[in-house]
Design a protein around this ligand. Sequence first.
Ligand code: TXA
Ligand code: MG
Length: 354
Amino acid sequence: MNTKVYTIKDPSSPQGEDLKMIAECGEIIKRGGLVAFPTETVYGLGGDALNEDSSGKIYAAKGRPSDNPLIVHICELSAIEKIARDIPEEAYILARKFWPGPLTMILKSSGVVPLKTTGGLDTVAIRMPSDKVALEFIKASGGYVAAPSANISGRPSPTKACYVLEDMDGRIDAVIDGGDNAIGLESTIIDLTEDSMQVLRPGYITNEMLSEALGRDIETDPALLDPTRKERPKAPGMRYRHYAPKGEVHPVKGDADKVFEHIREELTKAKGDNKKTGVFCSKDNAGKYDADVIRCAGSLDDAETAAHHFYSALRDMDDENVDIIFVENFTERGFGEAFWNRLLKSAGSEWEDA
Ligand code: TXA
Ligand code: MG
């Protein structure tokens, strides 16, 4: 299969030629094909959510187990009434506050979305992205686009069209290139099918933001916070080792000075063992490490910039065949919870203290 690339000239406000290209991509989806597209979080691998053959093709293209359900992307609020049932008031409160945006809600399925899309579950994950190209594309596709992140299963989610092509060239019909994703980390997932209303995957919309909107305490699925617990994470996708580069990832916790010294010592040891080394660090320290590959974000208290650059840093480390990657102690507060969740998954849940 030849994967066609459609490059959008003005992703912030697609018009004219851009809309024509998006319409063509919508036709591909309606015919049962697959198109990767930008969202504000990461690139999605889109297919018709209401067509089970399309969902089958998505699982095959990603190499993903078919019991791991797909998120249905919509472009208008009324769409939830077709695909969900017994919708609680909270869903409307959150939709009004955070949609379009990086929030996915799990609701009871009306049965309209095939079981192949929901991974056999009687619930359905729904998100209305805010990216303008994504919204136009969903509209052109008929309003219901199933889309996991557009990476091969186990690879970091793609945050640029070139990363989608690294994984998907020849496996899908087309890619819409809408530039870099604004956030760079997958959406927050909240489960509204149970009274506890837990967050199943942390993201840009934090527990504090959700708690404030709903006027009650919203907590994260405890299985995510402590991987040694017996219960498994409720979102099937959070059970797999994920986001993993080929090299070992070593997050280092502690005071900034100690972390810096610790990483310098570990780099010397790793070099002595003939390992290829990498560091993901704050902007200020980028020039101070002796490592083969250095990728930096902003300051240590800036989770947004760290999250934005994290997946591309992991991909670069893979391209350079880095054996061991040290990560400085970026903040765990606010959006930092989501950053640390992905960081620890890439590290197999381990960190070290400086
Ligand atoms: O930001 C995002 O959400 C991106 C963009 C493309 O929208 N999509 C994304 O999809 O991250 P994916 O497939 O990589 O992750 C979806 C997660 C998986 O962990 C999956 O198990 C979970 O959502 N999920 C989907 N439906 C579910 C359901 N009914 N119940 C529980 N978890 C569900
Ligand atoms: Mg994914």
